[in-house]
Ligand binder design. Structure first.
Ligand SMILES: [Zn+2]
Length: 283
């Protein structure tokens, strides 16, 4: 199945009460782990790429892995650009074959966020590319975006409604109390805000900062309207630990062995999340 955008898979997930995992990959090995896990569990999936990862390897390299890995798959798979502030990067991704992009103009004043997101929609829609946008400020570090605790703020529901009325985004990421990175202390999730925004906008919501949330928190957020769940930090740990643990235990200079262990550890993490989000067997 060829790569597709995330509109239909998210709308379906929202209607049916589950979420599609968006897994941040770092290289070919991690992308393969994501695709294989989804195929094995008959689940839709989103291959998510940070701007840093795309710049590190180059647009064409990342896209060639995605095309090759999804060539013979039979589940819906999207390739999505995570948090991007730069319209030029978004433009190149669209031209290179990405099927979905996120414009993150959440640090800008509301009107400017609306304007920039509108410009991305103009670039994306004629190419059948889905668009995710953010409102409010999600605390923590993601890619090159640092938001300190005192600067973070939840999305305003009135603004969220206005935003989604003006802009036909396919996925909406309001700040609802989750954080990027590793949680220090108990996260305070604004469930009532998720519920209100999901109901009033009708747009599938994205849950950012998924790593470290308890299973029941995921279930509650998904039931309230989060149809996309981002997992990044957990996969960074699996990526490093899968490789290092194998090497420390075996001390053999055969890189293919720890790379296999890294793949296994990544795939295990993706499988566990797909089951948790309820998308297993939905294809
Ligand atoms: Zn995020």
């Amino acid at each position: 199945m060829s790569l597709q955008n995330m509109k239909e898979m998210l709308n379906r997930a929202k209607e049916d009460g589950y979420a599609v995992g968006a897994f941040n990959i770092l290289d070919y090995n991690s992308m393969k782990a994501v695709v294989d896990a989804a195929e094995e569990l008959r689940s839709p999936v989103i291959i998510q790429t940070s701007v840093k990862t795309v710049v590190f390897w180059g647009y064409d390299a990342v896209m060639s892995w995605a095309r090759q890995l999804t060539e013979n798959t039979s589940v819906p798979i999207a390739i999505h650009l995570d948090h991007c502030k730069d319209l030029e990067v978004i433009r190149i991704c669209i031209e290179s074959g990405w099927t979905s992009v996120m414009i993150d103009a959440s640090s800008k004043p509301f009107e400017e966020n609306v304007e920039l997101t509108g410009r991305v929609l103009e670039m994306a829609k004629p190419n059948n590319i889905s668009v995710e946008a953010e409102l409010g400020a999600i605390v923590g570090v993601e890619d090159d975006i640092h938001v300190k605790e005192q600067d973070s703020h939840l999305a305003d529901p009135e603004q969220a409604v206005e935003f989604c009325k003006k802009l036909p985004v396919d996925c909406f990421a309001p700040a609802i109390g989750t954080a990027h990175g590793v949680y220090k202390g108990e996260p305070k999730i604004a469930y009532d805000l998720i519920e209100e925004i999901a109901k009033r906008t009708g747009v599938p919501l994205a849950l950012h900062g998924g790593t470290g949330l308890a299973d029941e928190v995921f279930h509650k957020c998904i039931a309230l309207g989060c149809a996309k769940v981002n997992i990044s930090t957990q996969l960074k740990y699996a990526h490093i630990n899968g490789f290092v643990d194998y090497f420390v235990a075996n001390n053999i200079y055969n890189p293919l062995k720890p790379l296999q262990a890294q793949y296994d550890s990544l795939k295990t993490a993706v499988v566990q999340n797909i089951k948790l989000f309820g998308s297993q067997g939905k294809v």
